[in-house]
Design a protein around this ligand. Structure first.
Ligand code: FES
Ligand SMILES: [Fe+2]
Length: 457
């Protein structure tokens, strides 16, 4: 179909982003029930969803239940250490077969009347089978319903659409960079969960721009650091190193995810180093030295650690990669934070944060404990998420004001929000994947200080 024809046949999208004004987001996109329902019907069934971390299912026949909206899926580790998934529903009268997490070497037995299924999903037994009419127990028609499932980046991913390209292809260019960074070698060290009284897109958008950092996270605006230098402050190499180390320490505070405490310690070891007087040269010398020191320290303890400086040409200067739409990886030196967002309703979101680290082989932590879900104002939150969460409920409330019609985005600093919203419109309009993939290539990388981009639709 020619692109012009396709444009004409695209489904209409209410409260769509206006092509002429891509720096404005209609507020209804964040609470309108009809808009939310369109996402349920046209976005979520066609995107790769991060269903679980693989360390939750380390052994063959380990499984987790992945819940999303009103759907529940069994994600299973196979005996060849692959992954597969089934809809979590008994073919008799619909009882969910599993809850939470467990292991199922003998397959699944329904707790209601005892229908049995193998780990391949095949029906293995129906008590009093002969008393059913044959058309209700036809072989092949009473197996578990499979769901597409692939492993990548240390996670199992599911997709309800058989025609969508493989997960890795949908996550480029982040996929190439994260693979080179050996993201699959990361293991969960801490896992947090927040129930946020906001739309899922509002929650995501709080993390894809740096514009908020100076005001929301004042402790990160450290005099002498590279961000303050951008504003034209005079350069002092020693003060710069102290500020950088302080920044790493504050980022590490309470979560070890944004920056791992090991990397802060490695940076401490470089505190006395000499830097050139020229700021540009000094910053690149510091970056390269710290990268090398982190790599060396980690390789000495026999962990899988990529050469951070060798990744430069891949563009590995960014600390943030989106796996559209709902999963993020934020690599910093040897560690990473990662986020997942699941809508619970038009104005409610479950956000999870994993702090991930590298461990020597044989020293990896066991299956991570599932987190208790905290409210956004829970005092156990580390400082940085606590600050982000303090704004979000107020923002969701403020959007409803009669006088507030649309968000006005800074087209240079907050362009990623527009890029994300317009990619969502591409899904809601029912565009084919060959037209969506170029947009995914643009949103899956480096959201900070990113302009509004032409997505091709
Ligand atoms: S509902 Fe599962 S055996 Fe009846
Ligand atoms: Fe923030």
């Amino acid at each position: 179909m020619a692109i012009a024809d396709e444009k004409r046949s695209a489904l209409s999208v209410p409260y769509a982003m206006e092509p002429e004004l891509p720096d404005r987001v209609p507020k209804e996109r964040y609470f309108d029930a009809g808009f939310y329902q369109l996402e349920v019907e046209r976005l979520w069934p066609r995107v790769w969803q991060m269903a679980c971390r693989l360390e939750e299912i380390p052994q063959p026949y380990d499984f987790v239940e992945y819940e999303f909206l009103d759907q529940s899926v069994i994600v299973l580790r196979t005996d060849d250490m692959g992954v597969r998934a089934f809809q979590n529903t008994c073919r008799h009268r619909g009882v969910t077969l599993v809850q939470g997490r467990g292991t199922c070497p003998d397959g699944f037995t329904c707790p209601f009347h005892g229908w049995c299924y193998g780990t391949d999903g095949a029906n293995r037994g129906i008590p009093r089978r002969k008393s059913f009419a044959p058309h209700n127990v036809e072989p092949g028609d009473v197996d578990l319903v499979p769901v597409r499932c692939e492993a990548w980046a240390g996670c199992a991913w599911i997709n309800y659409d058989d025609d969508v390209p493989p997960v890795r292809e949908c996550m480029e260019p982040a996929a190439t960079i994260l693979d080179a960074w050996k993201v699959e070698a990361m293991r969960t060290e801490q896992w947090f969960a927040a129930r946020l009284p906001v739309n899922w897109k509002l929650a995501i958008e709080a993390f894809v721009e740096m514009y908020h950092v100076v005001v929301t996270h004042p402790q990160l605006d450290i005099p002498g650091m590279r961000y303050s230098l951008r504003r034209g402050a005079p350069f002092d190499p020693r003060g710069f190193i102290d500020a950088e180390i302080e920044y790493l320490r504050v980022m590490s505070d309470g979560m070890d995810g944004m920056v791992h405490r090991n990397d802060v310690q490695v940076a401490e070891g470089l505190r006395g180093m000499e830097l050139p007087a020229d700021p540009t040269l000094a910053i690149s010398t510091w970056n390269r030295s710290l990268n090398d020191a982190v790599v060396q320290w980690n390789r000495q303890r026999r962990v899988v650690m990529p050469d951070l400086n060798g990744l430069d040409e891949l563009g590995f200067n960014d600390t943030f990669y989106q796996c559209f739409p709902h999963y993020f990886v934020l690599p910093m030196y040897s560690g990473a934070s990662s986020y997942r967002f699941r809508p619970l309703g038009p104005e409610e979101t479950l956000m999870e944060i994993w702090s991930m680290a590298r461990f020597p082989e044989g020293d990896e932590p066991g299956v991570p404990t599932r987190p208790e879900i905290w409210e956004p104002n829970d005092e156990r939150w580390p400082p940085i998420p606590a600050q982000d969460f303090s704004n979000l409920p107020r923002q969701q409330k403020g959007l409803h004001a009669k006088g507030f019609k649309y968000m006005r985005l800074n087209e240079h600093l907050e362009g990623q929000i527009s890029n994300l919203q317009r990619t969502i419109d591409g899904f809601l309009a029912g565009l084919p994947y060959e037209r969506l993939l170029p947009a995914l290539r643009k949103v899956n990388v480096a959201p900070f200080d990113k302009p509004v981009l032409d997505l091709g639709f």
